[in-house]
Write a new protein. Structure first.
Length: 370
Protein backbone atom coordinates (compact mmCIF):
# COMPACT_ATOMS: atom_id res chain seq x y z
CA UNK A 1 0.00 0.00 0.00
CA UNK A 2 1.43 3.29 -0.99
CA UNK A 3 1.64 6.26 1.33
CA UNK A 4 -1.10 8.01 -0.69
CA UNK A 5 -3.47 5.05 -0.37
CA UNK A 6 -2.72 4.78 3.34
CA UNK A 7 -3.47 8.48 3.78
CA UNK A 8 -6.82 8.16 1.93
CA UNK A 9 -7.81 5.13 4.03
CA UNK A 10 -7.02 6.93 7.29
CA UNK A 11 -8.92 9.96 6.04
CA UNK A 12 -11.97 7.82 5.30
CA UNK A 13 -11.76 6.15 8.72
CA UNK A 14 -11.57 9.53 10.41
CA UNK A 15 -14.61 10.70 8.44
CA UNK A 16 -16.59 7.59 9.43
CA UNK A 17 -15.67 8.06 13.11
CA UNK A 18 -16.68 11.70 12.95
CA UNK A 19 -20.06 10.80 11.41
CA UNK A 20 -20.59 8.12 14.08
CA UNK A 21 -19.80 10.65 16.80
CA UNK A 22 -22.26 13.11 15.29
CA UNK A 23 -24.89 10.41 14.98
CA UNK A 24 -24.39 9.25 18.56
CA UNK A 25 -24.49 12.86 19.75
CA UNK A 26 -27.75 13.43 17.87
CA UNK A 27 -29.19 10.23 19.34
CA UNK A 28 -28.26 11.35 22.84
CA UNK A 29 -29.67 14.83 22.27
CA UNK A 30 -32.83 13.34 20.76
CA UNK A 31 -33.28 11.01 23.72
CA UNK A 32 -32.80 13.87 26.16
CA UNK A 33 -35.29 16.00 24.22
CA UNK A 34 -37.88 13.20 24.11
CA UNK A 35 -37.39 12.62 27.84
CA UNK A 36 -37.90 16.31 28.55
CA UNK A 37 -40.99 16.44 26.33
CA UNK A 38 -42.46 13.35 27.99
CA UNK A 39 -41.67 14.72 31.43
CA UNK A 40 -43.17 18.14 30.88
CA UNK A 41 -45.63 17.41 28.08
CA UNK A 42 -46.79 13.90 28.89
CA UNK A 43 -49.66 15.15 31.03
CA UNK A 44 -50.71 17.56 28.30
CA UNK A 45 -50.56 14.76 25.72
CA UNK A 46 -52.78 12.54 27.87
CA UNK A 47 -55.12 15.41 28.74
CA UNK A 48 -55.51 16.25 25.07
CA UNK A 49 -57.69 13.18 24.53
CA UNK A 50 -60.08 13.96 27.43
CA UNK A 51 -62.40 16.80 28.37
CA UNK A 52 -60.58 19.65 30.08
CA UNK A 53 -62.98 21.89 32.05
CA UNK A 54 -60.36 24.63 32.35
CA UNK A 55 -59.82 24.91 28.59
CA UNK A 56 -61.47 27.53 26.42
CA UNK A 57 -63.86 27.02 23.55
CA UNK A 58 -65.33 29.00 20.69
CA UNK A 59 -66.85 31.61 23.04
CA UNK A 60 -64.57 31.92 26.09
CA UNK A 61 -60.80 32.11 26.58
CA UNK A 62 -60.73 29.54 29.41
CA UNK A 63 -62.89 27.63 31.91
CA UNK A 64 -65.49 26.71 29.29
CA UNK A 65 -67.07 24.29 31.77
CA UNK A 66 -68.03 27.16 34.08
CA UNK A 67 -69.45 29.15 31.18
CA UNK A 68 -71.61 26.18 30.15
CA UNK A 69 -72.67 25.57 33.75
CA UNK A 70 -73.78 29.18 34.12
CA UNK A 71 -75.90 28.94 30.98
CA UNK A 72 -77.43 25.74 32.35
CA UNK A 73 -78.04 27.56 35.65
CA UNK A 74 -79.86 30.30 33.74
CA UNK A 75 -82.19 27.63 32.38
CA UNK A 76 -82.74 25.54 35.50
CA UNK A 77 -81.92 27.40 38.73
CA UNK A 78 -83.92 30.57 39.35
CA UNK A 79 -82.69 31.29 42.86
CA UNK A 80 -78.95 30.64 42.83
CA UNK A 81 -76.21 32.96 41.54
CA UNK A 82 -72.64 31.73 41.03
CA UNK A 83 -70.50 33.82 43.38
CA UNK A 84 -67.08 32.23 42.83
CA UNK A 85 -65.45 29.05 41.57
CA UNK A 86 -62.13 27.22 41.31
CA UNK A 87 -60.85 24.61 38.85
CA UNK A 88 -57.57 22.86 39.70
CA UNK A 89 -55.85 19.90 38.06
CA UNK A 90 -55.13 17.11 40.54
CA UNK A 91 -53.51 14.70 38.07
CA UNK A 92 -53.56 13.53 34.46
CA UNK A 93 -57.15 13.88 33.15
CA UNK A 94 -58.29 14.68 36.73
CA UNK A 95 -59.72 18.01 37.90
CA UNK A 96 -61.20 19.29 41.16
CA UNK A 97 -64.01 21.82 40.86
CA UNK A 98 -65.52 23.97 43.59
CA UNK A 99 -68.51 26.25 42.99
CA UNK A 100 -69.99 28.64 45.56
CA UNK A 101 -73.52 29.88 44.96
CA UNK A 102 -75.34 32.71 46.72
CA UNK A 103 -79.06 32.83 47.34
CA UNK A 104 -80.55 36.20 46.39
CA UNK A 105 -81.47 38.33 49.41
CA UNK A 106 -79.53 36.01 51.73
CA UNK A 107 -75.90 37.06 52.29
CA UNK A 108 -75.22 33.98 54.43
CA UNK A 109 -77.28 31.61 52.31
CA UNK A 110 -74.61 30.01 50.15
CA UNK A 111 -74.44 26.58 48.56
CA UNK A 112 -71.06 24.95 47.83
CA UNK A 113 -70.60 22.14 45.32
CA UNK A 114 -67.39 20.15 45.21
CA UNK A 115 -66.73 17.32 42.79
CA UNK A 116 -64.16 15.85 40.42
CA UNK A 117 -63.93 15.28 36.69
CA UNK A 118 -61.79 12.31 35.76
CA UNK A 119 -61.27 11.04 32.21
CA UNK A 120 -64.26 13.02 31.01
CA UNK A 121 -66.60 11.72 33.75
CA UNK A 122 -68.20 13.65 36.59
CA UNK A 123 -67.67 11.78 39.87
CA UNK A 124 -68.18 12.20 43.62
CA UNK A 125 -70.51 15.23 43.64
CA UNK A 126 -71.20 16.37 47.20
CA UNK A 127 -74.33 18.33 46.25
CA UNK A 128 -76.81 17.51 43.50
CA UNK A 129 -77.00 20.07 40.68
CA UNK A 130 -80.52 21.17 41.60
CA UNK A 131 -82.07 22.43 44.83
CA UNK A 132 -85.71 21.30 44.82
CA UNK A 133 -86.77 24.06 47.20
CA UNK A 134 -85.89 26.69 44.61
CA UNK A 135 -88.24 25.00 42.15
CA UNK A 136 -91.19 24.31 44.46
CA UNK A 137 -94.29 25.77 42.87
CA UNK A 138 -93.00 25.33 39.34
CA UNK A 139 -93.24 21.54 39.21
CA UNK A 140 -96.98 21.46 39.78
CA UNK A 141 -97.84 24.09 37.21
CA UNK A 142 -95.48 22.55 34.68
CA UNK A 143 -97.22 19.19 34.57
CA UNK A 144 -100.82 19.58 35.74
CA UNK A 145 -103.45 22.20 36.39
CA UNK A 146 -106.99 21.38 37.50
CA UNK A 147 -109.86 22.82 39.53
CA UNK A 148 -109.45 20.25 42.31
CA UNK A 149 -106.25 21.94 43.46
CA UNK A 150 -107.78 25.44 43.67
CA UNK A 151 -109.03 24.92 47.24
CA UNK A 152 -105.62 23.74 48.46
CA UNK A 153 -103.93 26.65 46.67
CA UNK A 154 -106.22 29.17 48.40
CA UNK A 155 -105.55 27.56 51.79
CA UNK A 156 -101.81 27.78 51.13
CA UNK A 157 -102.10 31.46 50.22
CA UNK A 158 -104.12 32.18 53.35
CA UNK A 159 -101.49 30.45 55.49
CA UNK A 160 -98.79 32.54 53.80
CA UNK A 161 -100.75 35.73 54.56
CA UNK A 162 -100.82 34.84 58.26
CA UNK A 163 -97.09 34.08 58.35
CA UNK A 164 -96.20 37.35 56.61
CA UNK A 165 -97.94 39.41 59.31
CA UNK A 166 -95.06 38.77 61.72
CA UNK A 167 -92.47 40.36 59.42
CA UNK A 168 -91.53 44.05 59.09
CA UNK A 169 -93.07 45.59 55.99
CA UNK A 170 -89.58 46.46 54.70
CA UNK A 171 -88.61 42.79 54.48
CA UNK A 172 -87.76 41.66 50.95
CA UNK A 173 -88.64 38.23 49.64
CA UNK A 174 -87.78 35.96 46.74
CA UNK A 175 -90.98 34.34 45.54
CA UNK A 176 -91.86 31.74 42.90
CA UNK A 177 -95.25 32.60 41.36
CA UNK A 178 -97.16 30.35 38.96
CA UNK A 179 -100.26 31.33 37.01
CA UNK A 180 -103.54 29.55 36.44
CA UNK A 181 -102.93 29.76 32.68
CA UNK A 182 -99.94 30.24 30.39
CA UNK A 183 -99.22 33.84 29.40
CA UNK A 184 -97.60 35.51 26.44
CA UNK A 185 -94.81 37.99 27.19
CA UNK A 186 -97.21 40.91 26.69
CA UNK A 187 -99.76 39.31 29.03
CA UNK A 188 -97.00 38.69 31.57
CA UNK A 189 -95.90 42.33 31.44
CA UNK A 190 -99.50 43.48 31.83
CA UNK A 191 -99.95 41.18 34.82
CA UNK A 192 -96.82 42.55 36.46
CA UNK A 193 -97.78 46.17 35.72
CA UNK A 194 -101.17 45.86 37.39
CA UNK A 195 -100.53 43.16 40.03
CA UNK A 196 -96.91 43.70 41.16
CA UNK A 197 -95.60 46.99 39.72
CA UNK A 198 -92.71 47.32 42.20
CA UNK A 199 -91.53 43.71 41.97
CA UNK A 200 -88.34 42.86 40.11
CA UNK A 201 -88.48 39.73 37.92
CA UNK A 202 -85.47 37.43 38.23
CA UNK A 203 -86.45 34.37 36.22
CA UNK A 204 -89.26 33.32 33.86
CA UNK A 205 -90.60 29.75 33.87
CA UNK A 206 -91.23 28.73 30.25
CA UNK A 207 -93.52 26.04 28.88
CA UNK A 208 -91.33 23.54 27.05
CA UNK A 209 -93.71 20.57 26.89
CA UNK A 210 -97.50 20.04 26.96
CA UNK A 211 -99.40 19.82 30.23
CA UNK A 212 -99.21 16.24 31.46
CA UNK A 213 -102.22 14.08 32.20
CA UNK A 214 -103.29 13.44 35.79
CA UNK A 215 -100.90 11.13 37.61
CA UNK A 216 -97.87 11.90 35.48
CA UNK A 217 -94.50 11.86 37.24
CA UNK A 218 -92.02 14.74 37.10
CA UNK A 219 -88.79 13.45 35.59
CA UNK A 220 -86.73 16.62 35.19
CA UNK A 221 -86.70 20.22 36.47
CA UNK A 222 -88.64 23.09 34.93
CA UNK A 223 -86.81 25.27 32.43
CA UNK A 224 -86.78 29.03 32.05
CA UNK A 225 -84.58 32.03 31.41
CA UNK A 226 -83.13 34.65 33.73
CA UNK A 227 -84.49 38.16 33.39
CA UNK A 228 -80.94 39.56 33.42
CA UNK A 229 -77.54 38.14 32.59
CA UNK A 230 -76.35 38.69 36.12
CA UNK A 231 -74.92 36.58 38.89
CA UNK A 232 -72.33 35.08 36.56
CA UNK A 233 -68.68 34.71 37.44
CA UNK A 234 -66.82 36.98 35.02
CA UNK A 235 -65.11 35.11 32.21
CA UNK A 236 -63.02 36.45 29.36
CA UNK A 237 -65.15 36.02 26.23
CA UNK A 238 -64.12 36.14 22.59
CA UNK A 239 -65.49 38.83 20.32
CA UNK A 240 -66.39 37.21 17.05
CA UNK A 241 -68.87 38.57 14.52
CA UNK A 242 -69.74 35.14 13.11
CA UNK A 243 -70.42 33.73 16.59
CA UNK A 244 -72.49 36.80 17.47
CA UNK A 245 -74.61 36.10 14.40
CA UNK A 246 -74.86 32.38 15.22
CA UNK A 247 -75.75 32.95 18.90
CA UNK A 248 -77.32 36.44 19.04
CA UNK A 249 -77.56 38.04 22.50
CA UNK A 250 -75.89 35.07 24.16
CA UNK A 251 -72.96 37.33 25.06
CA UNK A 252 -73.63 40.84 26.30
CA UNK A 253 -70.43 42.24 24.80
CA UNK A 254 -71.55 41.10 21.32
CA UNK A 255 -74.77 43.12 21.44
CA UNK A 256 -75.14 45.29 18.34
CA UNK A 257 -76.70 48.76 18.30
CA UNK A 258 -79.66 47.36 16.37
CA UNK A 259 -80.18 44.58 18.92
CA UNK A 260 -80.04 47.13 21.74
CA UNK A 261 -83.19 48.76 20.36
CA UNK A 262 -85.15 45.50 20.15
CA UNK A 263 -88.26 45.11 22.36
CA UNK A 264 -87.64 43.22 25.60
CA UNK A 265 -89.70 40.26 24.42
CA UNK A 266 -87.53 39.83 21.32
CA UNK A 267 -84.34 40.15 23.37
CA UNK A 268 -85.48 37.55 25.89
CA UNK A 269 -86.74 35.00 23.36
CA UNK A 270 -83.67 35.46 21.14
CA UNK A 271 -81.33 34.86 24.07
CA UNK A 272 -83.37 31.80 25.06
CA UNK A 273 -83.11 30.25 21.59
CA UNK A 274 -79.38 31.06 21.42
CA UNK A 275 -78.83 29.41 24.81
CA UNK A 276 -80.59 26.24 23.62
CA UNK A 277 -78.71 26.27 20.31
CA UNK A 278 -75.31 26.73 21.96
CA UNK A 279 -75.80 24.13 24.71
CA UNK A 280 -77.06 21.54 22.23
CA UNK A 281 -73.64 21.69 20.55
CA UNK A 282 -71.70 21.05 23.79
CA UNK A 283 -71.59 17.24 23.64
CA UNK A 284 -68.43 16.90 25.76
CA UNK A 285 -70.06 18.93 28.51
CA UNK A 286 -73.25 16.84 28.45
CA UNK A 287 -71.26 13.60 28.46
CA UNK A 288 -70.05 14.53 31.95
CA UNK A 289 -73.59 14.41 33.28
CA UNK A 290 -74.61 11.36 31.27
CA UNK A 291 -71.84 9.41 33.02
CA UNK A 292 -72.22 11.06 36.44
CA UNK A 293 -72.59 8.82 39.45
CA UNK A 294 -74.29 9.73 42.72
CA UNK A 295 -76.57 12.54 41.53
CA UNK A 296 -79.69 12.38 43.69
CA UNK A 297 -81.91 14.35 41.33
CA UNK A 298 -82.23 14.15 37.55
CA UNK A 299 -80.73 16.76 35.29
CA UNK A 300 -81.78 18.16 31.96
CA UNK A 301 -80.08 15.95 29.39
CA UNK A 302 -78.94 16.90 25.92
CA UNK A 303 -81.69 14.81 24.32
CA UNK A 304 -84.32 16.36 26.60
CA UNK A 305 -83.01 19.80 25.72
CA UNK A 306 -83.50 18.96 22.04
CA UNK A 307 -87.13 18.01 22.73
CA UNK A 308 -87.66 21.31 24.52
CA UNK A 309 -86.06 23.25 21.69
CA UNK A 310 -88.34 21.52 19.17
CA UNK A 311 -91.38 22.33 21.30
CA UNK A 312 -90.45 26.02 21.49
CA UNK A 313 -89.83 26.20 17.74
CA UNK A 314 -93.30 24.77 17.12
CA UNK A 315 -95.37 26.46 19.84
CA UNK A 316 -93.53 29.68 20.63
CA UNK A 317 -92.54 30.98 24.05
CA UNK A 318 -95.23 30.88 26.75
CA UNK A 319 -94.74 31.67 30.43
CA UNK A 320 -96.40 29.78 33.26
CA UNK A 321 -94.50 31.36 36.16
CA UNK A 322 -92.01 33.96 37.31
CA UNK A 323 -89.53 34.42 40.15
CA UNK A 324 -89.90 37.86 41.76
CA UNK A 325 -88.08 39.97 44.32
CA UNK A 326 -90.59 42.10 46.23
CA UNK A 327 -91.43 43.50 49.65
CA UNK A 328 -93.76 41.90 52.19
CA UNK A 329 -96.22 44.73 51.64
CA UNK A 330 -96.34 44.12 47.90
CA UNK A 331 -96.66 40.37 48.31
CA UNK A 332 -99.59 40.89 50.69
CA UNK A 333 -101.23 43.06 48.06
CA UNK A 334 -100.58 40.42 45.41
CA UNK A 335 -102.14 37.69 47.55
CA UNK A 336 -105.18 39.87 48.27
CA UNK A 337 -105.75 40.41 44.54
CA UNK A 338 -105.54 36.68 43.84
CA UNK A 339 -105.76 37.53 40.13
CA UNK A 340 -104.61 34.72 37.88
CA UNK A 341 -102.44 33.06 40.56
CA UNK A 342 -102.01 29.33 40.98
CA UNK A 343 -99.18 28.84 43.50
CA UNK A 344 -96.94 31.20 45.49
CA UNK A 345 -93.81 29.85 47.20
CA UNK A 346 -91.30 31.90 49.23
CA UNK A 347 -87.69 30.80 48.64
CA UNK A 348 -85.71 33.68 50.16
CA UNK A 349 -86.16 36.17 53.02
CA UNK A 350 -84.07 39.25 53.86
CA UNK A 351 -85.05 41.25 56.94
CA UNK A 352 -83.47 44.70 57.35
CA UNK A 353 -83.19 45.17 61.15
CA UNK A 354 -81.38 47.75 63.23
CA UNK A 355 -78.02 46.39 64.38
CA UNK A 356 -79.18 46.01 68.00
CA UNK A 357 -82.45 44.28 67.25
CA UNK A 358 -81.32 40.90 65.90
CA UNK A 359 -82.71 39.08 68.92
CA UNK A 360 -86.12 40.62 68.41
CA UNK A 361 -86.58 39.46 64.83
CA UNK A 362 -89.37 36.97 64.11
CA UNK A 363 -88.52 33.45 63.00
CA UNK A 364 -88.73 33.31 59.19
CA UNK A 365 -87.82 29.65 58.69
CA UNK A 366 -91.49 28.70 58.43
CA UNK A 367 -91.75 30.69 55.20
CA UNK A 368 -89.22 28.52 53.45
CA UNK A 369 -90.52 25.16 52.31
CA UNK A 370 -87.74 22.66 52.95
Amino acid sequence: MTDLQKFDFEKIQAGVKQKNRRRNLLLILGSVLVTILLFFGGRWLVDYFYYNPAAGNQLVEKDSYIFNRQLLNDLTEPNLDLKSYQISQSGPTAYDISEIYRRPLQDSGTVTRNYQIEKGRLINPTVSPFDSRDLDGFFEALFSRNSESSGDAEATRQNLRENLKGLPQSTYLTVNVTFDKDLSFTELEDWKTYSAPQAEPRWYAIRTLPLAKSGSIVTYPPVGISAFQRGRAVLSTKENKQLAEKYPLLLENNLTSQQSSWPEEKKLTTRLHSTFSYLLNQSDFWNLYDSAKGLSTPTVTQSRLQEMSDYLAKNGVKFYGVTLELSVQELMGLLDQNDGLDLVTVTGVNVFPLSGQHGQLPDVSHLLKE
